[in-house]
Design a binder for this molecule. Structure first.
Ligand code: ADP
Ligand code: MG
Length: 213
């Protein structure tokens, strides 16, 4: 079972990944966007970590809803409302339970990704974050690591696509040949989730040791 601390660890890991990769995300957003995806994500996730430390929400659903609200209020670009909606909707699905199962989380994320598709009107193949999120969440039934890998493959698969949503779509055929920045950050998010799950499995982060087991 996953408690609030697990979700906090996920988002802290996501914030570190965004910090590490911010320059690359902005570089990807240069040829097919306005070169702000790295700074948008960095501002958003830095605020998320700060808000989580200040408010210390006690249940998984509240952690994700606070994170989602924070992204919506601090990120000006398209990605803020979209990622904000992903986390808020996922958090809402988890409700007020103190602990949730991996299956609960899988279903909640599935609903969260559906909310992103509804808000942005995009589908897989449109060269957006959904090209990483949809295959990523579909692979959650296998494992968190499989989900991270499917999302990474999905991000790489955006290179030959022509953008049909968002700023990159204004470029038409000239958007072909570039990796989508949002799909790339979505892969980071799912890799951070797999890292948080690994930490728990190792017994390094939840206070248990092999001797306890
Ligand atoms: P902006 O495009 O406003 O500058 P960002 O640069 O932060 O915002 O984010 C761009 C990313 O947002 C794109 O790479 C794409 O993955 C994602 N995106 C844009 N529009 C949509 C949409 N309608 N649906 C899903 N994702 C979208
Ligand atoms: Mg941009």
């Amino acid at each position: 079972m996953r408690d609030a601390e697990f979700f906090r660890r996920w988002l802290v890991a996501a914030a570190s990944a965004v910090e590490r990769e911010a320059d690359r995300l902005t570089e990807l957003d240069s040829p097919i966007g306005d070169a702000d995806h790295g700074s948008n994500m960095l501002r958003g996730f830095t605020s998320v970590v700060r808000e989580l430390a200040a408010e210390r929400p006690e249940v998984p659903g509240a952690v994700l809803q606070l994170a989602g609200r924070t992204l919506i209020s601090t990120v000006g670009g398209a990605s803020g409302p979209l990622y904000g909606t992903l986390l808020r909707r996922t958090g809402k699905e988890l409700g007020t339970a103190a602990e949730v199962s991996d299956d609960d989380l899988r279903k909640a994320l599935y609903a969260g990704v559906g909310a992103v598709a509804q808000l942005g009107g995009a589908a897989p193949g449109d060269k957006t974050m959904l090209d990483a999120l949809v295959p990523g969440v579909a692979a959650l039934g296998t494992s968190y690591r499989a989900a991270a890998e499917a999302a990474e493959d999905g991000a790489l698969a955006t290179v030959p696509m022509q953008a049909r949503k968002g700023r990159a779509s204004y470029l038409g055929e000239r958007s072909i040949g570039h990796q989508d920045p949002g799909a790339t950050s979505s892969a980071l998010l799912l890799a951070a989730l797999a890292d948080a799950a690994d930490e728990t499995a190792d017994g390094t982060a939840d206070g248990t040791t092999e001797e306890d087991a």
